[in-house]
Design a protein around this ligand. Structure first.
Ligand code: AN0
Ligand code: CP
Length: 318
C-alpha cells in the first residue's frame, strides 16, 4: 500500500476486516516485519488517540516511531508556495519534507483543515506536498478532508458489535462550541458507503457534506426520523462544508440535536459511537455516553488495530 487516505486504498473490505481480526488476536505476530524500519509521525495539531495508537501499532510491528510536533519541537513551517517568508515561519515544507523523509520509511501526517479556504483544504494541499516531496508511503492521521484510520477503526467496531447482518448506522451532526473540520464525517460516510450497512446521515440544513463523500447515502433532515430503528448512532460535529453555505462556519448550536436518552429511545437499542475527544452534554448526554451501550472506549482501542493493519500492509509493500 503506497498511501492511506481513502477506503479504496485498503482494497477489499472483507479482507481488511479479516486482517484486523488477526492483528487484534495476535498483535505481536509480525514483530520482525518492522525491524530496522522507522515511521515518522508528524503532528501539526493536537492528538491523544492518533499519536498513541500509531506509536503502539508501530511498536507491535517492531518498527521504531519518531514523533514530531510541528511548531512546538520543530521550527514553524510555511506550507504555501511562492510566499515571502518574512513572518514567524522559519522553514518551508519543501525542505522539511525531504529532510524528514530521509530519516524514515513511512510518514504519517496530521494536518487539520484551516477552514478558511475551501479550495486549499479540499485539494489536500499539505498532504499532497508530503506525497510529492517525501517519496515515501504516507498515512493521513487526519488531514484536511479525511481521517481514514478513524473510519477503519469505526468499521472494525461496528463489525464486532453488530447484531444484524446489515445494521442501520446513523451518523448525526451534534452541536459544538467551536468550528470543527469535516474530515471525520467525510471518511465515516465514505467507509459506511463501502460497507454492508444501511447508512443514513442526519444534520440541520446547511451542513450538507461534499457529494464526493455522501455518495448514495440517505440524507434525512429530521433527526428523530433518521434515528428510528438505528443499530448504531455515530455522533459528530462538523462546521459548514461550503456546499450549501459559508465554508467553515458554525450555522447552528441547536442543543435539541445533542444525543440524549430521548434520541436513543427511538433506536433499536442502538450502540453509541463517537471518535473522541467529545464534549459531554454538547454532543452527547452523560447518561448516553456512560451507558453500557456506549462504544467510545472499544472504538478508541480499535485505533491501534486499524493503524497496525495499515502499517503492516505498507511494510509488506516496501
Ligand atoms: C477534531 C475534529 O473534529 O476533526 C479531531 C477529531 C478526531 N476534533 C476537535 O478538534 C475537537
Ligand atoms: N479520534 C482521534 O483522532 O483522536 P485524537 O485527535 O486524540 O488523535
Amino acid at each position: 500500500m503506497k498511501s492511506f487516505f481513502h477506503v479504496s486504498d485498503i482494497g477489499d473490505l472483507g479482507a481488511a476486516l479479516e486482517e484486523a481480526r488477526q492483528v487484534k488476536a495476535t498483535p505481536y505476530a509480525w514483530k520482525s516485519l518492522g525491524e530496522n524500519k522507522t515511521i515518522m509521525l508528524v503532528f501539526f495539531n493536537s492528538s491523544l488517540r492518533t499519536r498513541l495508537s500509531s506509536q503502539k501499532a508501530a511498536l507491535n510491528l517492531g518498527m521504531s516511531p519518531i514523533v514530531l510536533n510541528i511548531g512546538q519541537d520543530s521550527w514553524k513551517l510555511e506550507t504555501e508556495m511562492g510566499v515571502v517568508m518574512d513572518g514567524d515561519k522559519s522553514e518551508h515544507l519543501r525542505e522539511a519534507i525531504p529532510v524528514m523523509a530521509s530519516y524514515c520509511d513511512i510518514i504519517g501526517v496530521r494536518s487539520f483543515a484551516g477552514l478558511k479556504d475551501r479550495e486549499y483544504d479540499y485539494s489536500e494541499t499539505v498532504l499532497n506536498q508530503f506525497i510529492q516531496y517525501s517519496g515515501k508511503p504516507v498515512i493521513s492521521l487526519e488531514s484536511a478532508t479525511v481521517h481514514p484510520c478513524q473510519a477503519f477503526a469505526d468499521l472494525i467496531t461496528i463489525e464486532e458489535y453488530k447484531r444484524k447482518t446489515r445494521p442501520k448506522v446513523v451518523m448525526t451532526w451534534a452541536p459544538h462550541p467551536r468550528a470543527l473540520p469535516q474530515a471525520v464525517p467525510n471518511s465515516f460516510a465514505e467507509w459506511m458507503n463501502a460497507a454492508d450497512v444501511d447508512f443514513v446521515i442526519t444534520h440541520p440544513r446547511g451542513y450538507e457534506l461534499d457529494p464526493r463523500f455522501v455518495g448514495d447515502a440517505k440524507v434525512e433532515y429530521d433527526q428523530m426520523k433518521a434515528l428510528e430503528g438505528a443499530d448504531f448512532v455515530y455522533a459528530k460535529n462538523w462546521s459548514c462544508p461550503g456546499v450549501c453555505g459559508p465554508y467553515g462556519e458554525i450555522l447552528s448550536k441547536d442543543m435539541s440535536w445533542t444525543v440524549d436518552a430521548a434520541h436513543m429511545a427511538v433506536t433499536d437499542n442502538a450502540f453509541f459511537m463517537h471518535c473522541l475527544p467529545v464534549r459531554r452534554n454538547m454532543i452527547v448526554s452523560d447518561e448516553v455516553i456512560d451507558a453500557p451501550t456506549s462504544l467510545v472506549i472499544p472504538e478508541a482501542a480499535n485505533r491501534a488495530v486499524s493503524a497496525q493493519v495499515v502499517m503492516k500492509r505498507m511494510l509488506e509493500s516496501l
